[in-house]
Design a protein around this ligand. Structure first.
Ligand code: FNR
Length: 368
């Protein structure tokens, strides 16, 4: 590496923000919100511990009760949730960090047990995903969702708009629209989940329409330079597939160019199991020549791969998921070139402080 070469510790500008490094804390569902899906004290500690990241993206946060798909995930639709998040953003800011909230609607990746009045989850089409939902009483097979009526779609866009407004009230620095990993917006994009025959189904343009309407609504609230969009073009999670993923995601990324977003966040195909050859090619390097803005790349990075991706110019920032779970001071560890704490998968989803806010920092390790 030459002295002038950029790496993950080089500063970078994202929208109006000057970040001290290019490390992003990836959005990570941890299922530790309090009753009412309200962020609590433990969540404040967790995010504050990670304020050394150039940018924190929160765990996916549902925009409405119908957007819930797992126990104890936080929301951003009630006043109690806004207050809970405000304590998180204030603490992160007082430790010098910046934090965007990831806006989430799970669509069919839910279950009547998690829905208001036991209703069916909604989706572009009445197609059940394979596998089991995580309910309060354990795993249960996914049900066939209810296809949204066309006259309900403006209401979905409004849910994103009001969640974006709540995010301002909660003191966030920006928002990320979750259009990855097989949740509602991705279900509209990919044609194995979207069999609609109206203006939101069929052609690639039609399947992209809901995402673009949501981006339009959210950027009108925040200004585009404080809004990111996450896509997983190589994703297979939650049963996603498309008959022509290259054409679909090339169109979507081209269409996103017109907004002037803060960033495009891409998950590398290597992050998923069983990716077909065609999807495997849809990596960050491929989209670099298409997207005319800042790119955050995630999925299976270590320090070496991250530095290489930045030095090659494939990505501007690198998001770390699992390593941020176990290393609250990841930036400092990279700067000092010291070993990382291993992560414990058994405490990823749900539980208490263990595996959440008790991973040691270097300061603690040196003191003990
Ligand atoms: C995730 N991931 C994820 N992605 C997302 O967009 N929203 C989310 O809420 C979550 N939640 C989540 C929880 C846990 C426990 C894991 C491990 C992952 C995916 C995550 O952001 C990232 O893309 C992957 O973890 C791959 O990056 P790493 O872990 O290889 O750095």
């Amino acid at each position: 590496m030459t002295a002038t070469e950029k790496n993950v510790l080089s500063p970078v500008q994202v929208g109006p923000y000057s970040l001290p490094n290019r490390l992003v804390m990836a959005p990570l569902t941890r299922n530790r919100a309090e009753a009412g899906n309200v962020p609590g004290k433990m969540n404040v500690t967790y995010y504050t511990q990670r304020a050394g990241a150039g940018l924190i993206i929160t765990e996916a946060s549902q925009i409405a009760p119908e957007g819930l798909g797992y126990p104890q995930t936080p929301g951003i639709y009630s006043s109690e949730q806004v207050e809970g998040w405000r304590l998180v953003t204030e603490a992160v800011h007082s430790h010098g960090g910046r934090i965007f909230i990831q806006l989430w609607h799970v669509g069919r990746i839910s279950h009547p047990d998690l829905q208001p009045e036991g209703a069916l989850p909604v989706a572009p089409s009445a197609i059940a995903p394979e596998g089991e939902a995580s309910t309060y009483s354990g795993p249960k097979p996914y049900v066939t969702p209810r296809a949204l009526e066309i006259d309900e779609i403006p209401g979905i866009v409004e849910l994103y708009r009001s969640a974006a407004q709540n995010a301002i009230a909660a003191g966030f620095d920006g928002v990320e629209i979750h259009s990855a990993n097989g949740y509602l917006l991705d279900q509209f994009l990919q044609d194995n989940a979207n069999h609609r025959q109206d203006a939101y189904g069929g052609s690639i343009e039609n399947r992209s329409r809901l995402l673009l309407e949501v981006v339009e609504a959210v950027t009108s609230v925040w200004g585009a330079d404080r809004v990111g969009v996450r896509l997983s073009p190589g994703g297979t999670f939650n049963g996603m597939n498309d008959s022509n993923p290259k054409a679909l995601f090339t169109y979507v990324v081209n269409a996103l160019n017109r907004f002037g977003l803060a960033y495009l966040h891409l998950v590398e195909p290597r992050a998923y199991e069983g990716v077909a050859e065609e999807k495997a090619k849809l990596n960050t390097a491929y989209f670099r020549s298409i997207f005319q803005g800042t790119i955050v790349s995630a999925g299976g990075y270590n320090r070496e791969l991250a530095d290489a991706a930045i030095a090659r110019g494939d990505a501007d920032l690198i998001a770390f998921g699992r390593w941020y779970i176990s290393n609250p001071d990841l930036a400092e560890r990279f700067a000092l070139n010291v070993p990382l704490n291993p992560y414990d998968r058994s405490t990823f989803y749900g539980g208490d402080e263990k595996g959440y806010i008790d991973y040691p920092t270097l300061q603690l390790q040196t003191a003990s």
